[in-house]
Design a protein. Sequence first.
Lengths: 185, 230
Amino acid sequence: MARAEASGSARRTSPGARFAAGIVAGIIGGILMIGFMMGYAHVMGAGLTTPLKVLGAFVYGVEALVAGPDAMLAGALIQLGFSILLGILFAPFISRGTSTLAALCAGIIVGIAIWVAMDLFVLPYENPTMAARVALKPLAYFIAHLLYGFGLAMTPAFIRTFSKERHDQEPRVHGRASAAQTQSN
Amino acid sequence: MHTLQNRLGKIEFLIMALVVTAVAGCGTSQNQTPPMAATIAPAPEAAPPTAQEARSKSSAQRARSKSSAMRARMSPEVSTKLNTAMVLAQMHQTNLMEIELAKMAQEKGSINGVRAYANQLVQDHTSLDQMVISMAQKSGNRAAVGRSAHESAQEKTLEKKLKSANGAKFDKLFLQQANSDHERLIRKLQQDREDASDDELEALIDKTIPILEQHKELAQILMNKEQASG
């Protein structure tokens, strides 16, 4: 009976597993995205840290370009923060049974939606410093968002991993609980 | 027949390119105001124009009207191509000059802000120049970006001035120069944008101006900081 309950709860995706999977997939997507942008900027002679600085311009304005490590740290935190947030928002729409192809399509659609929203509505008003630099490398910025989508597409795999961990732990918890019950009896 | 027309078009373009280059060249040697690499002249903001400036302005106007009269006689296609080539050549020269000055500031700047600003100038103008070169190659104006940086007498004087300055004096001089250069560049590009009939060139200018505006704004911020710190 206990075993049947355990397998039933494992089949359902717990909110905790979804939450954790969203965070991890968001972090991976965010790192893929900023890593690609930094590498591309370095190769094109625009400076390895420029993508971080222009993200820091959300806080420091144009001064971020000369503000040094503070602006870069702000940029890294903004990138990671938004990546995690969007990963968490993405995860509830995904379950452990979602196929890789469906997750990939969903991730890419979300990546493109973020790209459109940033390009048209956010950057021109909130961060013109970044908007001007994105305009110089539009294709790279688009590819970076696709990479974020690939990161998000890993969500079902992480949900399965975290659910499995929980499933592995559950029998032990049940075992301990029944042992405790026997002792008390 | 078609090949003959093509050949005639090419010859016409080459002749006009030579004539306009000669006219533009005369203009710069007489006026001491190089095309867009006028980057390096002091800001003429509030000061009334001197007789020499007035003379150079009028000769520049004459040169411009001569070249526009030439262009009026050409076929629109050739005229557009020529105009694009001229603007690209000017943008390329400007980028090279800015990179050169900024590299000097990377070494001689006395505060982190100035050195970081110089780094940013080098990176941005390198990116902008790559775009100019790639557009020139795409549009068959390779020759427009083939030359390396050439300095006018005024630019040489400024370079000497900057080389002889040190510490805070260098920072001040460099930031003032960067501010006035970018202001002039922005005005020049806005003018070119109005005159341009090439969509790609317009798009390139639209991408370039915001970056130059940021450079100007940064120079002003750093100058204000320097003034505030004494």
